[in-house]
Write a protein that binds this ligand. Structure first.
Ligand code: KIV
Ligand code: ZN
Length: 505
């Protein structure tokens, strides 16, 4: 039979402790709703005593959540526990999570308390929490640097006092997988009443081992993992929810979580957007490159059988499909696939010629967009059907913007101007005036792809021309130029579509 692992999400508490990641109350509620939909088991919604705002958002989340346990953190102190209980009062399923440090360095320098005082505070805190709430979790902060015998003693006493969940944090990300697994086994074996509680882990990522340590703990018998979306959290962050869930899913079929993995990408994107903390492109599971293949050998393998280079399907985490990135490492097979996607059927000898041109371009350009491939084909065909940007100007005043755009098509140049609500709006309207094609932006985003004041901005957009919707992407150090080029990239796909049916290159 499969063993259930409880997913305790602390994005809204430990995750929000990431430097620069503060979230407003409404944002926290939106994220909590998504976490509930994704079917995590527990949401640590905040630390009630820490601020009136935290208190209010725990209260609001508590009153709305139906299918998930809502939790508040509380130090082992009466005022913290009373605040946590107050904030959780409307929750359908609630948990108070109380903690105190147990390592020598924390007890001596931070708490200035003796071992017996720490035990007494922990027991008092758990008993008090139980007066408000049936479900109480106790954490031994800095457990992995604590004396094991002392851990056994305090854990046994808090279980007797009513704690149903015992969390063993690797607070400073100091442990390593073998050690973490052994610690959990040791506690399960040596705490007399360990069978009366669920053991949990909470690993930080200071040495990049948070996920590995959490998994090792699960294999040793822990049945709850505390984690955050995108691995947000203090310093180097916490174990990433998406990594824990997918690792259990892909490698440990004997373990089960309730999480709907197909929601992972969406929730990751939302958390990144709201916290302003960008997900690194090579981040496991949710990074932009997690399912992107550039090397020719890999692309060729992928085209033959996806499992050659993918251990999970992008669809399983809610990503629409494998991405073949065209770049200098790509091979003929990938170019041919892209050409097919764009609607071109290319004969073998033509493909060889195009491939040579493509390689030359890829040596010069970091990113190859669809528009670049279309331009190669057009060059090969000796004609250019699309619009090319020749020049643009934009004047902005507090009352609005005026854009002037000059485009070239079929050897002729055309200039048009338009007023708009801001520079991007005015130049795109000017493009419409020149092209005679009215489009509606259905999505638009700008992101910096290099650093510094001269950073390149990448614009991604989708534009609907009647019922036809096309995506466009381009980059430039000038984001107005990148916007025009991205829009032209979408518009030119429409232009190409009109003649594609006739085109057999
Ligand atoms: O890292 C830690 O020890 C914590 C506890 C409060 C659980 O976040
Ligand atoms: Zn933590």
């Amino acid at each position: 039979m499969k063993k259930n692992v409880t997913i305790f999400d602390t994005t809204l508490r430990d995750g929000e402790q990431s430097p620069g990641a503060s979230l407003s109350s409404p944002q926290k509620l939106i994220i909590a709703r998504e976490l509930e939909k994704m079917k995590v088991d527990v949401i640590e919604a905040g630390f009630a005593i820490s601020s009136p705002d935290d208190f209010k958002s725990i209260e609001r989340i508590s009153s709305v959540m139906k299918d998930v346990t809502v939790c508040s953190l509380a130090r082992a102190m009466e005022k913290d526990i009373a605040a946590a209980a107050g904030a959780l009062s409307k929750a359908r399923h609630k948990r108070i999570h109380t903690f105190i440090a147990t390592s020598p360095v924390h007890m001596k320098y931070k708490l200035r308390m003796s071992k017996s005082d720490v035990i007494a505070s922990a027991v008092r805190a758990v008993k008090l929490s139980r007066q408000y709430c049936d479900e109480v979790e106790f954490s031994c902060e800095d457990a992995t640097r604590s004396d094991k015998k002392f851990l056994c003693e305090i854990v046994e006493k808090v279980i007797s006092a009513g704690a149903g969940i015992i969390n063993i944090p690797d607070t400073v990300g100091y442990s390593y997988p073998e050690e973490m697994g052994k610690l959990i086994s040791y506690l399960l074996e040596n705490v007399k009443n360990s069978h009366k509680a669920v053991f949990s882990v909470h690993c930080h990522n200071d040495l990049g081992l948070a996920t590995a340590n959490s998994l090792s703990a699960v294999l040793a018998g822990a049945r709850q993992v505390e984690c955050t979306v995108n691995g947000l959290g203090e310093r180097a962050g916490n174990a990433a929810l998406e990594e824990i869930v997918m690792a259990l899913n892909v490698r440990f079929p004997q373990m089960k979580t309730r999480v709907n993995t197909r929601a992972i990408a969406r929730v990751s994107g939302m958390v990144s957007h709201m916290t302003g903390i960008v997900v690194q492109p090579n981040k496991a599971v949710v990074g932009a490159n997690a399912f992107a293949h550039e090397a020719g050998i890999h692309q060729d393998g992928m085209l033959k059988k996806a499992q050659t280079y993918e251990i999970m399907r992008p669809e399983d985490v809610g990503i629409s499909g494998t991405q073949f990135v065209l770049g200098k490492h790509s091979g003929r097979a990938a170019l041919d696939k892209k050409l097919n996607e764009l609607g071109f059927q290319v004969e073998k000898d033509k493909l060889n010629g195009l491939f040579t041109d493509f390689k030359k371009l890829a040596d010069k350009k970091k990113k190859i967009y669809d528009e670049d491939i279309i331009a190669l084909i057009e060059k090969d065909m000796g004609k250019r059907d699309g619009f090319e940007l020749k020049n643009f100007e934009v004047h902005t005043t507090p009352s609005g913007s005026k854009g002037v755009v000059t485009l070239k098509k079929g050897g002729k140049t055309f200039t048009g101007s338009a007023s708009g609500d801001g520079p991007v709006d005015s130049v795109l309207k000017a493009v419409e005036t020149v092209s005679g094609r009215e489009g509606k932006l259905t999505d638009y985003s700008v992101k910096s792809i290099t650093v510094g004041k001269d950073a390149q901005g990448e614009v991604r957009l989708t534009a609907a021309f009647g019922k036809k919707v096309f995506a466009g992407v381009s980059s430039s150090t000038d984001i107005i130029e990148a916007s025009i080029l991205a829009y032209l990239s979408a518009l030119n796909k429409l232009e190409m579509q009109k003649c594609l049916k006739k085109v057999k290159v």
